[in-house]
Design a protein around this ligand. Structure first.
Ligand code: NAD
Ligand code: DAU
Length: 354
């Protein structure tokens, strides 16, 4: 039985991953999440009393806590989702991105290195316990922006443009350095834009669904012709699961499903599905440094590891819109701040275990 430290498991992708792994494996998951504005215990509802899931409220930058958790649970695997993840916020508050995304990653790497090393006191020791692995959940944004043609491969030069992507790139370089210098068994995955249940409504798709439902303006940045490559979050989770089981140590894997869409197309699709008017569209000032186009070449993970996405975009987006319609209370708790009261209630009662 594996014991996995999942960080950021109360956020969008992390919570989907926790549900996915508990449904597919008999592993113990210890979910460490600081419950920032983006962390929501309601994303983990249904897991109360599950002996294979332990929730710990805490910060990945807290060396003492991370080291204590390694000693207590003897993790053999780390999957690091914890991050500040919103590009717009990184433009207004870059410093927190540096702290969580870079420093937090280094704290996890150091704890893994110490705990897994066969000789923790020997700084040159490159021998680790059998079967251990650190997986860093990174992003296609580390590659910067594409023009009209081309795709990101794992060897595309790193060229981040926002403070968010700069912090994710720096974290990737620390992961690489811990592998090269100390021999730590690592993987990095770089995924394209995700959509699906439990996404915080500051991101394009849930924000547009929510605004549409409330009859509010739909803020489209610039000309709306920026292109993102969309992947259903369940496919991202299955890709990470595949890398954990079949990934070659030290390798980077791009993850994407070949679904390039212009933002305005997505917005119009949501309007149409919800039976609203395109008059709601409001073109607003562009995001500074806005990357024009992302597109993932997924050849490596599909050919070397045999992973492939299950969802077509059409099926995934229809189900996703329906999910948000069926979970209006979830959205309402976030938009009213009620989800943080839920945390007070749950955490007050459950302390460290949910
Ligand atoms: P999210 O913002 O929804 O969730 C982040 C989670 O991390 C939250 O639960 C938050 O409370 C937690 N967290 C933040 N700071 C923390 C800290 N210091 N210690 C412990 N926990 C902390 O983000 P997401 O969209 O689920 O993204 C998860 C990861 O996947 C991130 O690393 C992100 O860079 C990466 N990623 C996201 C996408 C996407 O489209 N959303 C695509 C590719 C990669
Ligand atoms: O590519 C992977 C990345 O995708 C992840 O690493 C990030 O964590 C994740 O947030 C996401 O970044 P984006 O900046 O692409 O996502 P966002 O949902 O913020 O924006 C998607 C596109 O929509 C982008 O071109 C900006 C545009 N947009 C966004 C919002 C919130 C708008 O036009 N209007 C909006 O209100």
């Amino acid at each position: 039985m594996r014991t996995i430290l999942v960080t950021g498991g109360a956020g969008f992708i992390g919570s989907n991953f926790v549900h996915y792994m508990l449904a597919h494996h008999n592993y113990k998951l210890v979910n460490l999440d600081a419950l920032t504005y983006a962390g929501n215990l309601e994303n983990l509802s249904g897991l109360e009393g599950n002996p294979n899931h332990v929730f710990i409220k805490g910060d990945i930058c807290d060396e003492g806590l991370v080291s204590k958790l390694f000693a207590e649970y003897d993790f053999d695997t780390v999957v690091n989702f914890a991050a500040e993840s919103h590009v717009d916020r990184s433009i207004t508050h870059p410093e927190i991105f540096l702290n969580t995304n870079v420093r937090g990653t280094q704290v996890l790497l150091e704890a893994a290195k110490r705990h897994w090393s066969e000789e923790p006191d020997n700084k040159h020791c490159r021998d680790y316990c059998e079967g251990v692995r650190y997986l860093q959940v990174s992003t296609d944004e580390v590659y910067g922006a594409l023009g009209k043609t081309g795709m990101f491969t794992e060897t595309t030069p790193l060229s981040p443009n926002s403070p968010y992507s700069a912090s994710k790139t720096s974290a990737d370089l620390f992961v690489r350095a811990y592998h090269e210098t100390f021999g730590l068994p690592v993987n990095i995955t770089r995924c394209s834009n995700n959509y699906g249940p439990y996404q915080f409504p500051e991101k394009l798709i849930p924000l547009m669904i929510n605004n549409c439902n409330c009859g509010k303006a739909l803020p489209v940045y610039g000309d709306g012709m920026q292109i993102r490559d969309w992947l259903h979050v369940a496919d991202h989770c299955s890709a990470i699961d595949t890398v954990l089981h079949k990934g070659k140590i030290g390798e980077i894997y791009n993850i994407g499903g070949n679904n390039e869409k212009a933002n305005i197309e997505i917005v119009k699709l949501i309007i149409k599905t919800l039976g609203k008017s395109e008059d709601l569209i409001s073109y607003v000032q562009d995001r500074p440094g806005h990357d024009r186009r992302y597109a993932i070449d997924n050849t490596k993970i599909t050919t070397e590891l045999g992973w492939k996405p299950i969802y077509t975009f059409e099926q995934g987006i229809t189900e996703t819109i329906q999910w948000y319609l069926n979970h209006r209370d979830w959205m309402e708790h976030i938009t009213t701040g009620g989800y943080q009261n839920y945390y007070q209630e749950m955490y007050g009662r459950a302390k460290t275990s949910l």
